[in-house]
Write a protein that binds this ligand. Structure first.
Ligand code: SF4
Length: 190
């Protein structure tokens, strides 16, 4: 089964979400954070003009937007919001609509998009960018060995849930559960 990259963040939040999502028919409606629609284009233009972005020296030869990538090993797939293909690297970009420094889960998800692009274009992914709806704020994330190792562990964890079909334990806090769309199905919580 192809693991959707956007489940990486969900898995870190709570592994049961992965179970519900991939192994059951329970599909709550996740509220879309913000529907940006055609504003993506404006955001992209603003990013390209930004002085701080220019300093990153991303000498792209191609910009890709909303492109689906998948790979076999590990079996993951997902849509890259925006990505730069350069002569010697690929750089994925993710839009986020919640302000604040990128969390580990954001970084791992971005790295997974980097992995997908890297496989497709045969170029290394060394860094990515997380941009907030307001382009003045964006962060470069360097894909360290630690990030790749953690990503590998998370993907293996998701794969294990899929393979064993065992309902996972959760260490989610009461606060996390209270924001979770699956709360009604987790009878042992709260
Ligand atoms: S309700 Fe809590 S334990 Fe259940 S899936 Fe959501 S976060 Fe996880």
């Amino acid at each position: 089964m192809m693991i959707p990259v956007n489940l990486i963040r969900q898995y870190i939040f709570c592994p049961r979400i992965v179970y519900y999502n991939l192994l059951t028919d329970i599909k709550p409606q996740f509220p879309r954070h913000v529907s940006l629609g055609t504003e993506y284009h404006t955001l992209q233009d603003e990013l390209l003009k930004n002085r701080r972005f220019k300093k990153l020296n991303i000498n792209y030869r191609e910009i890709i937007t909303g492109k689906y990538f998948s790979m076999q090993d590990p079996g993951i797939g997902g849509i890259v919001d925006l990505g730069f293909v350069c002569e010697d690297e690929v750089v994925p970009v993710e839009y986020k609509f919640i302000d604040g420094k990128p969390s580990l889960s954001h970084k791992l998800q971005l790295a997974a998009y980097g992995k997908l692009m890297s496989e497709y274009y045969g170029l290394p992914a060394r860094r990515g960018i997380i941009i907030y709806s307001n382009n003045i704020k964006f962060y470069q994330v360097v894909f360290s060995r630690e990030i790749w190792n953690k990503l590998q562990k998370v993907i293996a964890g998701i794969q294990k849930i899929v393979d064993t079909e065992i309902f996972p334990d959760s260490s989610a806090t009461e606060k996390q559960c209270s924001q979770c769309e699956y709360l009604n199905y987790c009878n042992d919580r709260i």
